[in-house]
Design a binder for this molecule. Structure first.
Ligand code: PMP
Length: 367
């Protein structure tokens, strides 16, 4: 036969650059401050619930619509279960949204907006990848200096108020900047397409915009149990929004998209919110301390509303800092993109991890 395997793959995929996740350490004992995980474990009751559910029932399929979890989330957010869809992490739902609301560019040549996925740059680097996978057009709109949201009506802005889908990471990643609900609502009101407010980090912020998903039919809010609720390993995220949009996403979702242990863990998490709120406070306190200490060492640190900071290091290029810190067994994240290449993104770990980072930075500066 001797078929050329590459010729079997869709041309669109041949040139596609897939999403690059944060590095998983191969060396033991590394302090991992590169993927915004929570330094604190899930609540004891959550671990117990997972253990209790780990028995012969693993042979059964989980609830296909995550019904009990959606009922709990609906209570938590004062809405109806029909307003909620749960995903295998919020990443799955972001991908479903592109498939549900955006035409591939080929099929809508006469109306570019119908095939446009719009997002700010820099923001979550998965969005352009999702657009590329779908064969959609991308509209990457630069953030202003210091990663501030630009005024959409600014002349010369390339903003498309008819874009089929607009992603707004709020608070922003990787800058950590928060946006007020009124600014976000103004932006949403200008859009005729769907707007997804990706609130992956919102529990570390001063305010959230969930109400916008319940007030405006074209707005969806994305949340995750990964970051604030220490459940990255189990992959549970969800959208809140208008039942019609949620129903459209449901049509194209895999039948059993959310694993059973993840559903059990997320349900129990909602019984333990006070445990997690204490952790949010601790992380915010560590954040304030770390910002001050790095500031004193000459780093330029952007104000953060998340569980990470974006900091421009002194003396050496950011990529050299990445390697120097790795030598000292601390892993942070550096992105090779023009807008952020001079910065390091550093996850707020536990106090001891922040102390180790500060000590390592002092040593690097003294070298
Ligand atoms: N949105 C943003 C902005 C993120 O940084 C992440 C995590 N990389 C996600 C969504 C996805 O989170 P998850 O799939 O773990 O729910």
């Amino acid at each position: 036969m001797g078929a050329d395997a590459d010729s079997l793959i869709r041309p669109l995929l041949r040139d596609l650059h897939g999403y690059v996740p944060g590095e998983q350490p191969k060396i033991k004992g590394l302090i991992k401050l590169n993927t915004n995980e929570n330094p604190y474990p899930p609540a004891p009751a959550v671990l117990k619930a997972i253990r209790r559910a780990t028995d012969g029932r693993l042979r059964l399929y989980p609830n296909p619509t995550a019904e009990p979890l959606r009922a709990r989330l609906a209570k938590f957010h004062r809405c109806a279960p029909e307003n909620i869809i749960v995903g295998n992490g919020s990443d799955e739902l972001l991908a479903l949204a592109v498939r549900a609301f955006v035409e591939p560019a080929e099929s809508s040549r006469s109306n570019k907006s119908r095939s446009t996925v719009q997002f700010f740059e820099p923001s979550y680097s998965l969005y352009p990848v999702l657009a590329d996978i779908h064969g959609a057009s991308k509209n990457a709109v630069p953030l202003n200096k210091d990663f501030i949201l630009p005024a959409i009506e600014e002349s010369g802005s390339s903003w498309d108020s008819r874009a089929a889908l607009t992603f707004v990471t709020s608070p922003n990643a990787p800058s950590g900047r928060g946006y007020s609900t009124s600014v976000l609502e103004n932006l949403c009101l200008k859009q005729t397409g769907v707007v997804i407010l990706d609130e992956a980090y919102v529990d570390f912020a001063d305010e959230n915009a969930l109400e916008l998903a319940l007030r405006h039919p074209h707005v969806l809010v994305a949340r995750t149990f990964s970051k604030a609720y220490s459940l990255c390993f189990l992959r549970v995220g969800y959208f809140v929004g208008h039942p019609a949009l949620i129903a459209a996403l449901n049509k194209i979702r895999d039948s059993y998209n959310v694993n059973g242990l993840g559903q059990v863990a997320a349900e129990t998490t909602l019984d333990e919110v006070s445990y997690y709120r204490r952790n949010f406070k601790r992380i915010r306190a560590t954040r304030a301390r770390l910002v001050k200490a790095l500031d004193r060492l000459g780093f330029v640190v952007l104000p953060s509303q998340t569980n990470f900071i974006l900091a421009r290091p002194p003396k050496l290029p950011a990529s050299a800092w990445l390697e120097a810190l790795r030598e000292k067994k601390i892993l942070v994240r550096w992105f090779p993109y023009p807008a952020v290449k001079d910065y390091l993104r550093i996850t707020i770990g536990a106090d001891s991890e922040a102390d180790a980072l500060i000590a390592a930075a002092k040593k690097i500066l003294a070298q």
